[in-house]
Design a protein around this ligand. Structure first.
Ligand code: COI
Length: 358
């Protein structure tokens, strides 16, 4: 493994108890940084004590949001080994986001080395309790100092780590989701499939309204007809109607979720009927009313596999599987987490061991 210059912290933080972990509130002791300068490419990889970045107020990312990120997790197995889940796929998606946002790509092996180097150094931060993990947040921001709207010529890559528990306060219990046709997340030709800051800024008003109405998250519909399911913003969405699992296709407006892809592969391995096709909110609500909507769940790195207990739309709520976690939802959660924590075989080779760093 490549060795990067490391400046170690002299004031290590107190690590939180595994029981107290929420999502993304605590950051570890170190961060990985690397710079990009036009003509020179990516250079100066280094690991520093975690701390504030110093940015000129005219730095372009602060004004025009030229920023991408990704999110993946490291898990501590019962064998005490630390594994990353589908790190290559995350690194490839990170580069697709970079391309869409006019930013320079990073060689996948360099991204992977930054993951291994920082997680290896911070291995003591990988929590032990079931359901917890160390979340990796690789990010690139535009660092030109100017107020013109233009792709930047200089960038900063940074990687930070956070020990996490469940994303939702409900834990792995079913969440209430509100489908909305008054807020739109993305349209074709936009940035919907990039993991870019703007998509999340865009989701805040819908999220605020959904929470005020007593829901956990928003299910966005397509921006043109406002009737086809898109995604939830923090997760992709899947429904089981009768014996068929249906999920919206990757058509440019939704994120190519790594947990989405993993769930689809597992369900196909299990011989289930799985279809990626446009599906309308009316079809889902009707299936909810007539009892053929058997299960609904979201998939995401942060959310893992998250059951939807209630779906609201235009003032009507449908209860799904009596508001309880469905059998297939639970089976997917169990299968994916068993691979992540090294409790079961990993037939697709999704996990990679993180080498220890001394
Ligand atoms: C993730 O699942 O990694 C996400 O990025 C969702 C969210 C916390 C932004």
């Amino acid at each position: 493994m490549a060795r990067f210059p490391i400046t170690r912290t002299t004031t290590p933080k107190q690590k939180p108890a595994d029981d107290s972990l929420a999502f993304g509130r605590v950051l570890t002791d170190h961060m990985f940084l690397m710079d990009y300068t036009e003509g020179e490419g990516w250079h100066s990889p280094r690991i520093l004590p975690y701390g504030p970045l110093s940015l000129d107020p005219a730095t372009t990312v602060l004004h025009y949001g030229q920023a991408i990120f990704d999110g993946l997790k490291a898990f501590r197995g019962a064998d005490d080994k630390v594994r990353l889940f589908r790190a290559d796929r995350h690194a490839e998606r990170f580069n697709r986001s970079a391309k869409l946002m006019c930013m320079p790509e990073l060689p996948v092996d360099v991204i992977r080395q930054s993951f291994d180097a920082l997680v290896g150094l911070e291995a003591d931060w990988v929590p032990r309790k079931r359901g917890t993990s160390l979340y990796l947040r690789p990010t690139i921001i535009a660092t030109d100092v100017m107020l013109g709207v233009h792709p930047a010529h200089s960038y900063l890559y940074f990687l930070i780590l956070s020990p996490v528990g469940s994303y939702y306060k409900e834990g792995v219990k079913p969440v209430r989701i509100l489908a909305t046709d008054s807020h739109v997340r993305a349209v074709k030709g936009g940035t919907g499939e990039a993991k870019t800051a703007a998509n999340y800024a865009q989701s805040l008003a819908g999220q605020r309204d959904a929470e005020a109405a007593g829901y956990t998250q928003v299910l966005y519909l397509d921006g043109v007809h406002r009737k086809y399911l898109d995604e939830v913003g923090t997760m992709n969405i899947m429904v089981k109607i009768g014996d068929e699992v249906i999920t919206p296709p990757l058509a440019g407006t939704i994120l190519d979720g790594v947990t989405r892809a993993s769930a689809l592969e597992l369900m196909r391995d299990w011989g289930l009927k799985v279809t990626e096709r446009p599906i309308t909110i009316d079809e889902v609500m009707q299936a909810g009313r007539d009892g053929t909507l058997k299960e609904m769940w979201g998939t995401g790195t942060a959310a893992v596999v998250s059951p939807v207990g209630t779906l609201g739309y235009k003032g009507e709520d449908v209860l799904i599987n009596g508001g309880q976690t469905g059998e297939l939802t639970q089976k997917l959660y169990d299968a994916i987490t068993a691979i992540q924590y090294g409790r079961s075989n990993d037939p697709h080779g999704w996990t990679s061991l993180v080498p220890a760093v001394d």
